[in-house]
Design a binder for this molecule. Structure first.
Ligand code: ZN
Length: 339
């Protein structure tokens, strides 16, 4: 038995949706339950599917719970989600999308008519603003009866070093707010593809990003997600991390990745068979290779990570063949509603 197994952190960003309300305030209200639940065929194809399969495979995961939406929804809708995740014994940490704080005043109705991404950025903020985001989020956690978070993830993986310093002030020791395949931070010190890195007194564990070596520039990067990668790619990346000694490997997913939705209002919802099967295969793979891999939550892993020396991220790549498989699998899945 190999005692130094490669840790795998399955992370689930659990959040509600503005769903067009900023662009069309008279027409649309933000959406809560359907975005997380994704009900179809009499079942929850999102959160319900995830919790059921994590329980069946005895896999711990970390749910990053978006807390600033309480400015619009109050405590109840996410409180119900939190109760279900707590009943399943899964880990919950803090996720912050600052765009929700626009609902604190009526000013959001006088926006420029577009979903302006700057409103949702944790980067480029002043210290007092960041302190407030964290305080509002942590107060929501406390009202939901959750333990104080030990980790935070910024919305859209948009981050700068001021965020890491704010986390240190708030005594939240871990961040997972970088994912080069999703967003490239402006500061080159934050161009991190994986591993564990001390930044301004906070330990950063980026979502793993890997390179498509035949593509140049920033477009070469992809983040390790369930919806964006084929199963062959995911396992190839896990084995590369295993050989390179990269641990933990942080995987990103969302409840809605396991459903297909007809439009941004979630008017019609179906089960996403391909993504559901892919997650089930990944959970089975981790069980089959327990000598090499160990699924851990942030709550379970953080004490050891904080003690250990930082770990650089090696360059993980995907092959042309794996890329073609993924394009066929995902291209069909995205285009064909009934698949
Ligand atoms: Zn998010």
């Amino acid at each position: 038995l190999n005692r130094n197994r490669t840790e795998v952190c399955l992370t689930v960003d659990t959040e509600f949706s503005i769903a067009g309300a900023f662009a069309n305030p008279d027409l649309y209200q933000p959406l809560a339950d359907p975005v997380v639940d994704c009900p179809a065929d009499g079942k929850s194809q999102g959160l319900g599917f995830l919790l059921e399969n994590l329980a069946a495979s005895k896999t711990p995961a970390t749910f990053f719970i978006e807390a600033l939406q309480t400015a619009h929804f109050g405590d109840a809708p996410m409180g119900r989600v939190v109760s279900r995740i707590a009943a399943a014994g899964q880990d919950m940490q803090l996720h912050l999308h600052p765009c929700w704080l626009r609902f604190e005043s009526s000013e959001w109705r006088q926006g420029n008519g577009a979903d302006d991404v700057d409103y949702d950025s944790c980067a480029g903020r002043g210290d007092s603003e960041l302190d407030r985001f964290l305080a509002v989020g942590m107060q929501a956690f406390s009202r939901w009866g959750l333990p104080r978070p030990i980790a935070m993830r910024t919305g859209g993986l948009v981050v700068d070093t001021a965020v890491h310093r704010a986390l240190a002030r708030a005594r939240v020791p871990v961040s997972s707010s970088i994912g080069l395949g999703v967003h490239r931070p402006a500061e080159s010190a934050l161009a991190l593809a994986g591993g564990r890195h001390w930044i301004g007194g906070t330990l950063e564990l980026p979502v793993l990003s890997y390179k498509q070596p035949w593509r140049g520039g920033h477009g070469a990067w992809r983040a390790l997600t369930i919806t964006g990668c084929s199963f062959a790619e995911i396992t190839s990346i896990l084995w590369q991390c295993r050989r390179a000694g990269t641990s933990p490997v942080v995987i990103l997913t969302h409840p809605f990745e396991f459903a297909k939705v007809s439009d941004f209002r979630f008017s019609r919802i179906r089960r996403n068979r391909i993504n559901q099967r892919r997650l089930q295969k990944l959970l089975w793979f981790l069980r089959q290779h327990e000598d090499d891999f160990r699924a851990v939550s942030f709550a379970q892993g953080h004490e050891a990570w904080l003690q250990a020396p930082p770990a650089q991220s090696p360059e993980i790549t995907t092959s042309v063949a794996n890329n073609l498989v993924r394009q066929v699998e995902n291209g069909l899945n995205d285009r064909v509603w009934s698949l």
